[in-house]
Design a protein around this ligand. Sequence first.
Ligand SMILES: Cc1cc2nc3c(=O)[nH]c(=O)nc-3n(C[C@H](O)[C@H](O)[C@H](O)COP(=O)(O)OP(=O)(O)OC[C@H]3O[C@@H](n4cnc5c(N)ncnc54)[C@H](O)[C@@H]3O)c2cc1C
Ligand code: FES
Length: 359
Amino acid sequence: MTLAVEIIVFMLITAILTGAVIIFNRILSPSGNVKIRINSGEKELTVKAGSNLLSALLENSIYIPSGCGGKGTCGLCRITVTENNAGALPLECSFINSQDLKKGVRLACQVKLLDDLGVSISADYLEARLRSAIVIQSTLVSGDIKEIIFETQEELVFECGQYVQIKVPSEDEQLFRAYSLASDPAEQKQFALNVKLIPGGIGSTYLHELKVGDKVEFTGPYGEWKLDLTPETELVLVGGGVGMAPMRSIARSVTRCIPGKKVSFFYGACTMDDLLFRNDFEKLDLDNSNFTYFWALSSDTNECTERMGFIHEFLKKELEPPIKDRQAFLCGPPPMIDAVMEVLFDKGFEETEIFYDKF
Ligand SMILES: Cc1cc2nc3c(=O)[nH]c(=O)nc-3n(C[C@H](O)[C@H](O)[C@H](O)COP(=O)(O)OP(=O)(O)OC[C@H]3O[C@@H](n4cnc5c(N)ncnc54)[C@H](O)[C@@H]3O)c2cc1C
Ligand code: FES
């Protein structure tokens, strides 16, 4: 082969390889724009191809819940894809049941925008807007949990068990973290959050560092818990650690508004120091014959041996058979929720009577 032929062959191979790389790049990293048709064309967005549906919606001020900031670990960013659904990824199947998967439900943070898409979004989410609140109190209530009280200009209308999403300042993206509302909804222009500091955690560190007078932005309220407010329906509340927050809201509101309603609150903490607001719950128990407070410690070996153990074990022992209808509300770490669910099923609860937030 002459040198000239060798050069031509080399250039041909180089051209073919470069072409292949360009084609693969086009396929893997699509460029240009795609359209998102919302609610059959009620609204249409033109966004950059290649990002994910959650980021595109947040960039366009559509605040669907996104508790883990798109890591695929909270399962909150559920949305129905009505056109061009490429199918759920294995990770999504642990959050979405098979019936909903068939209906096109996806986690928005896992939907890559490769093509035009049709989605259905509830009016609540379309109407959600970014609001602001001022810190009026920040108190350390245990070694790593702060109660932070905020004041809003307009009343925050919410129901017990709902949560807000706090916007965490970030230069690169719209970042939110979810926090359960711990206050009584009657407190009108104030709301309280109980926040556990996660070492290295972006959202919890931001909230723990806030000072009185600082301003935060938030969206919400959100949440699917449906409390049956009829006095005859009993409530079983189970909270683990900082998962006590929504239970505090329910306990305070229900004992005030529906004093005849039977409420049992089971609170599991690690140590005595983590047993938050014990005096408040004991006072509610003392003042209200229909409110009962149980607590258990999973790792404090020095004190209260009769209270040692996991909260689901106490639930198994102490939960009385129902007088009439009942509902259960659970909040806390995933292993606690799974163990409590098992006890509740054993005690005859139906899936539709149980509501939970795992975090
Ligand atoms: C519906 C809902 C309600 C919630 N309500 C509350 C509430 O009332 N109070 C509250 O404190 N939190 C609540 N959370 C959790 C909260 O949204 C954040 O996930 C939490 O504050 C951690 O966020 P971060 O940004 O500080 O940590 P990230 O920056 O997201 O995480 C930092 C690191 O810590 C790890 N990590 C995250 N969470 C935990 C954890 N719990 N334990 C150990 N390691 C962890 C992550 O895997 C990561 O490696 C709620 C979550 C949901 C979904
Ligand atoms: S934002 Fe948490 S799963 Fe999508």
